[in-house]
Design a protein around this ligand. Structure first.
Ligand code: GLN
Length: 245
């Protein structure tokens, strides 16, 4: 697929609220998508969307990171405003990866540990309750499609799935959605919500390729079959998986 840049097929990656929702290395998810798109021979077009910006006419992949309760409060009104556009894109099968704070706000609501209720945009059928207990540490989960998924979690919110959401993974080591049901994250169509920071994609390239392959196939009908050498990623995975909680 290695064509010269002019003729490369463009994939637009939209990053939501990088100014306010971007902690524990979450920006790395965008960098991985950018690099892997180039390695597969596509032209990444990156859009950073912050509070008050004009929402883009189209986006092929959408990513968003985590943030403290204060950051979630800063972006909340704007997110609710663009919510219907994001919901339409999700229904149309646009691949999305939302980490922690944005995962919570893609749900039905987040009730902070100070009892402030932040209405969610309702793409994921989940609800989150902030508690005084923070769930912190290295985490390993398992997903049928992607195998073991390795990352880091740090959240006060405990998330519970409703009937229209499926867990993204089962917890092998760590807490995940809450300290009760051994589930981590949520999935609806091609939208993935997860508590895994780190960032998640450098150590879990199969999840990155799912987002890329879904976007390319949806836009251009077929996906490049180039093989990427992920030896470094697998060494990083093994090291991270062995880290103590
Ligand atoms: N502020 C939210 C919580 O504490 C999300 C934290 C995060 O994004 N790491 O649960």
């Amino acid at each position: 697929m290695s064509k010269n840049t002019e003729s490369r097929q463009i994939i637009t990656v939209l990053q939501l609220y990088p100014k306010d929702m971007n902690i524990y290395g979450d920006h790395g998810n965008l960098l991985v998508l950018q690099r892997r798109l180039e390695w597969y021979g596509y032209q990444p077009h990156i859009i950073h969307y912050n509070v008050g910006d004009v929402f883009p006419a189209s986006a092929d992949i959408i990513v968003g990171g985590g943030g403290q309760d204060s950051g979630q409060e800063i972006i909340h009104a704007d997110l609710v405003k663009i919510g219907p556009k994001l919901k339409a894109l999700a229904e149309a099968g646009t691949p999305m990866l939302m980490v922690c704070g944005l995962y919570q706000l893609f749900g039905n609501f987040f009730k902070t540990s100070k009892n402030k209720v932040l209405e969610g945009i309702g793409i994921l059928d989940v609800e989150t309750y902030g508690t005084s207990e923070r769930l912190i540490g290295n985490i390993v989960t398992h997903n049928q499609e992607f195998g073991d998924i390795i990352g880091y979690e740090n959240h006060s919110g405990q998330t519970f799935l409703g009937p229209d959401a499926t867990p993204f993974a089962d917890v092998v080591k760590g807490a995940g959605n809450n300290s009760k049901d051994n589930h981590e994250g949520a999935r609806y169509k091609n939208v993935i919500g997860t508590y895994l920071h780190g960032s998640i994609l450098p150590k879990n390239p199969l999840v990155a390729d799912f987002l890329i392959q879904t976007a390319v196939t949806k836009k251009y009908g077929e996906f490049s079959t180039d093989i990427i050498d992920d030896m470094l990623a697998s060494i990083a995975r093994d090291n991270a998986a062995d880290r103590p909680r």
